[in-house]
Design a binder for this molecule. Structure first.
Ligand SMILES: [Zn+2]
Ligand SMILES: [Zn+2]
Length: 272
């Protein structure tokens, strides 16, 4: 599987010279494997996923949750403008609404001129029931993680290789702690165990987190504690705070000082 980072910014896109290295586009990751192209989220990063990249692959989008930073790029996704193109979007029920209702609530007049069904491509919605999905020869297990309104983490497996993506997750400090608010740390630890690559929310520093508990995001310290407890091989830290520019993230990465843990840079590719 080849993973490309198209956007790793959280909350809102940012731009300018201070954001060149890590990028300013919001969440979008592409996994290419065989004849499949699986996108995780449709933040503004999806705008750079052009036709050449997708070629003849089948396209699926796994939506983590419908917060705007994860959906803002969808109407600009190149494949939507192709006739005879099918795009399957997967996502959980949120606030009592199925996936189609959530997306249609955002993309309709007067908020947006067109509904997703009015684009040339054929868009199909699949509301997740938290069952294992098979897309081609790829097996996908979804799991709910702590975030306001909920968020889905995905465990993506092909052959003996595993990638886990948890873009927005306020994880408890102790990976071996107890069940709280319906989140079972043991189950999440098993979900991460022995993954080759994990993309994990680490929006805040420890100091920032002190004033932002309940906002739904983790710190790098927490992401690392979970990584080490689960024997994860490589970790990319994602959902960069819009206030964290290149200089800030480079200094933070240096302070962490590990070759197996980096902040995600837009354009980075990892083959697993
Ligand atoms: Zn987010
Ligand atoms: Zn969110």
């Amino acid at each position: 599987m080849r993973l490309t980072v198209f956007g790793a910014r959280g909350s809102i896109p940012v731009h300018g010279a201070r954001f060149r290295e890590f990028g300013g586009a919001t969440t979008c990751f592409l996994i290419e494997a065989g004849d499949q192209a699986i996108l995780i989220d449709a933040g503004t990063g999806i705008i750079a996923v052009d036709k050449e990249i997708l070629a003849d692959r089948e396209i699926s989008i796994l939506l983590t949750h419908p917060h705007i930073d994860h959906l803002a790029g969808l109407p600009f996704f190149a494949a939507l403008y192709e006739q005879n193109r099918s795009i399957t979007v997967y996502g959980a029920e949120r606030g009592g609404q199925g996936l189609g209702e959530q997306i249609d609530a955002l993309y309709r007049p007067p908020y947006w001129p067109l509904n997703m069904t009015e684009y040339p491509a054929d868009v199909e919605y699949q509301t997740l029931r938290y069952q294992t999905l098979s897309i081609g020869d790829i097996r996908i297990d979804p799991m709910e993680v702590p975030h306001p309104g909920g968020c889905t983490a995905y465990r993506i497996r092909r052959g003996d290789r595993t990638i886990v993506i948890a873009t927005d997750a306020e994880l408890p400090e102790d990976p071996r702690g107890f069940l709280r608010k319906g989140f079972d740390p043991g189950a999440f630890l098993a979900f991460l165990t022995d993954a080759d690559l994990v993309l994990m929310d680490s929006q805040y520093t420890k100091n920032e987190y002190a004033g932002r508990q309940g906002y739904g995001h983790s710190t790098a310290e927490r992401a690392l504690a979970w990584k080490d407890a689960a024997g994860v091989k490589q970790m990319l830290l994602v959902h960069h705070d819009p206030g964290h520019d290149d200089a800030f993230l480079i200094a933070w990465e240096k302070e962490i000082g590990r070759t197996d843990v980096r902040f995600a840079r837009t354009g980075a590719q990892i083959i697993i």
